[in-house]
Design a protein around this ligand. Structure first.
Ligand code: FES
Ligand SMILES: [Fe+2]
Length: 395
């Protein structure tokens, strides 16, 4: 009799507690204990912009005094959307009956009511706190009493001569559209999967980064006080060792040094995986640079073509991160996986993520949140380093 046919396979399922991001879900509540980038600084302007974050639709704008605001879109009067609102000096004015709300949802004017609304102080348009840093707008969407300080990252604080911090949104890894139609964890856990690099990026589709990244590395994983890191050692043809450290930092941050290894130095950029909803995410990056507009533009070419120039058959022949990660489905079926020894980093990350989610469920604070403005710096170890042969040999 035939064994293992697809007819006999069990119904698949996924781990909702690690992946779903909505309000009231275990992972959604965990994510809501941190700040998330919801746009580039330039996205907040005098034309209201819809943003979708953690399954919530919101309106981002910047009042004429320069303050960014992030409001629930349905006007608290009779529910039309503030997408059609007008940005003014003090806030955004609803198109329907002209109620005016500031960046924190206070109602400042009700022009159809006597005296501009005697009761206007009694209502408030639902809003979220925002802060600008590193060219990004960060929002805190969790319980008000649990709002942590907005973290700084050493990568973006210790600038060299001529360096400044630039921000951008970007495609994942080797290329693709900015909006990625699959669950955020499929990308975040990929950061702890260094073994796919020599295969997917180094062999299967040719060289997507640089030749040395195609060398199968010796890999170790370690828990850190902020997440998980991976150390990858590649012995180069001249005997020296490319010592590469990549990190994930709670809740969705990645510190991945340039896979094109333009130079040996500590990691130059921080990336945030922003869950848009359960089956979409996007990435914002901020990095040290000396040239405006170059960040996030390091894309791979496939047989001399850009990702978006490929035919469907070429995508099949030359897949990259986008194909591999969206190819796992909208939310990958964890029940159908067979994790092997090379998935140790993924397993560590998931276990650690589960512990943080449980901590929030049990009323504790998850890893990496700080309420002390003097303790807002995240120190990292990520980078590409070159170890001389003599030192490498003695390791
Ligand atoms: S619906 Fe917004 S002011 Fe009436
Ligand atoms: Fe990759």
């Amino acid at each position: 009799m035939d064994a293992g046919t697809a007819y006999e396979r069990p119904e698949p399922s996924y781990r909702a507690e690690l992946t779903e991001v909505g309000r009231g879900t275990p992972c959604g509540e965990f994510l809501r204990r941190y700040w998330h980038p919801v746009g580039l600084a330039a996205d907040a302007g005098d034309t209201p912009k819809t943003v979708r974050v953690l399954g919530e639709d919101l309106i981002l704008f910047r009042d004429k005094q320069g303050r960014p605001g992030l409001l629930y879109p349905r006007c608290c009067h009779r529910g039309t959307t503030l997408y059609y609102g007008r940005v003014e000096e003090r806030g955004i004015r609803c198109c329907y009956h002209g109620w005016l709300f500031d960046a924190e949802g206070h109602c400042l004017d009700q022009p159809c009511e006597p005296e501009g609304g005697r009761q206007r102080d009694k209502i408030r348009q639902p809003w979220y706190p925002v802060q600008e840093r590193y060219g990004l707008i960060f929002a805190y969407m969790g319980p008000p009493g649990k709002k942590p300080v907005l973290p700084r990252y050493d990568i973006l604080e210790d600038l060299g001569p001529g360096e400044f911090v630039d921000a951008d949104d970007t495609s994942i890894g080797s290329g693709g559209p900015v909006l990625v139609p699959c669950n955020w964890l499929q990308h975040w856990e990929n950061v702890m999967d260094p073994f796919h690099v020599p295969i997917l990026h180094g062999a299967f589709s040719g060289t997507q980064f640089v030749a040395q990244m195609g060398i199968m590395p010796k890999v170790e994983f370690a828990a850190t006080p902020r997440g998980v890191l991976s150390v990858q050692d590649r012995t180069l043809p001249d005997g020296r060792v490319h010592h590469r450290v990549t990190e994930v930092i709670f809740p969705t941050v990645r510190a991945v040094p340039n896979p094109r290894v333009a130079s040996y130095q500590r990691c130059e950029q921080v990336g945030w995986v922003l869950p848009i909803d359960d089956d979409h995410f996007r990435i914002y990056v901020a990095g040290r640079t000396t040239e405006k507009g170059t960040l996030g533009k390091g894309r791979s070419k496939y047989d001399g073509k850009w990702w978006w120039e490929l035919s469907e058959a070429e995508h099949q022949r030359l897949p990259g991160d986008y194909e591999a990660q969206t190819g796992q489905g909208r939310i990958t079926f964890h029940s159908e996986e067979h994790l092997a020894s090379s998935d140790k980093g993924v397993a560590m990350l998931r276990r650690s993520l589960k512990r943080q989610i449980d901590a929030v469920k049990e009323g504790r604070d998850p890893m990496g949140v700080s309420f002390d403005p003097a303790n807002d710096l995240v120190k990292t170890e990520a980078g590409n380093f070159l170890v001389e042969a003599s030192k490498a040999a003695s390791d």
